[in-house]
Write a protein that binds this ligand. Sequence first.
Ligand code: 4AD
Ligand code: MG
Length: 504
Amino acid sequence: MNTKQLKHHIGQSITLKGWVSNRRESKTVVFINLRDGQGVCQCILGLEDLGDDLFNMAKSLGQESSVSITGVVIEDPRQVGGFELHATDLMVYQNAKDYPISNKEHGVEFLIDHRHLWLRSRRQWAIMRIRNCISYAIHNFFQKEGFVQMDAPIFTGNAAEGTTDLFETDYYGKPAYLTQSGQLYGEAMAMAMGKIYTFGPTFRAEKSKTRRHLSEFWMIEPEMAFCDIFENMDTIESFLRCVVQEVLEKCTDELQVLNRDTTQLETISKTFPRFSYDEAVEILKGEKDVNGQNSLLTIQQDIEDTSARIEEIRKDILEREAAIAAGGMKKGAINFNQNKIDTLKQELKQLEEDLRNLPQWLNSAKNFEYGNDFGGSDETVLTRLFDCPIMIYDWPHEIKAFYMKRNPEDPRFARGVDVLAPEGYGEIVGGGERETSEEWLVEKIKEHQLPMDVFQWYLDLRRYGSVPHSGFGLGLERLVAWICKLDHVRETIPFPRYYGRLEP
Ligand code: 4AD
Ligand code: MG
């Protein structure tokens, strides 16, 4: 029996096993919020029902004590989960003392150091369940579409995505790298199966701390034979739509725990706007309007609006504080104003950060040099103009990986595509059409100064039945971060690995 099944047992006596996430008490009643992994249920343990010994035991329980509680299920829509358990019996597995994570605020470094325990908290619970739902939805989508799941090797002899961020290991006395991408192996498998996808860990030595980079992350990489870049974009679009809609449908409780504004996710049903790199640069630099908006003017307007709102909030806070200090206010009114002040301060903090960022975004957009890759702020400026993901394709070939196909009509461009998520999240998918010509590939391998011998097997794919093919890579953690609207990818994976972090 678990807390998710309570609705089928109203009025019946059942037993729940779980952990004490919160406990309050009065003289004759102890209230325990019991979490069992599935959800939470408030349990009411009365002195009269339990007797002295059990009641005293209940009163002594520390946070995260493990218990089993038997009682009668009562429907109560006001409670978390909508039910209450009126206890008749209590069994304690362990009475835990001094649990390090209390309900007060902790710094994020402290929480990450206690990640093994932090995972039990309500927010982390919600994030991990959403991650699980996303994984399941991803498999579901590809399996329904006839893709074969494949496991690419983790030890590799060749770089796929550039040599700067490889983790080198010792492989029986020879150097080997932890995989940056399963794509090249995926291409081989696609020529055997038609359509495949990988779902595995990937490693990149990203020696900088950003909110979107991990050293170990999970990537989903489909690869399709007889598929060009435009069909590839169609697949990406229906894939992302399907996954987000599944989360919206299955994870209503979890999204609510996170206070996620789901209207921002429902826009996934819109057609994703597609721009070439050239168009995207024009939009970024304010040379071309989109949706009746100009990127630079929008930011300027935002700077003005944000400054005005900050002034307004500061004034509001001062007035409320003065009113409380003046005395004579009823306790309820003081509480009300204090709560309001706290929320205003939160909003203020966010707005002040925006006001620091906005001029930098403006600058970076204005001064963007054609031919460069988009940086984080450029992506933010672009995506702020849209409420659903956008796709950017046909990139200057110099800034893309060696395997990208050139646009046959204009070989300055490589047929890569990036998907940028809205709300400031930026790139969540990178993909494209693959070069089919052995000759062009050999040239690119030389240009990137990659060792030719380790790519012979890859070149075989162009020697024996080469066909147009495409694919993409979705970073699972980036998708989870956007769907959950998190500040940082470190909360999207149970035990994050990033620069400077190996434990727990
Ligand atoms: O754009 P990337 O580097 O593309 C590839 O690896 C291709 N081989 C994919 C393909 O076509 N099969 O990486 C793909 C995605 C990025 O869009 C991003 O979501 C994620 O992987 N990603 C990271 N996520 C977290 N931390 C990092 N350090 C990441 N690097 C890339
Ligand atoms: Mg990329």
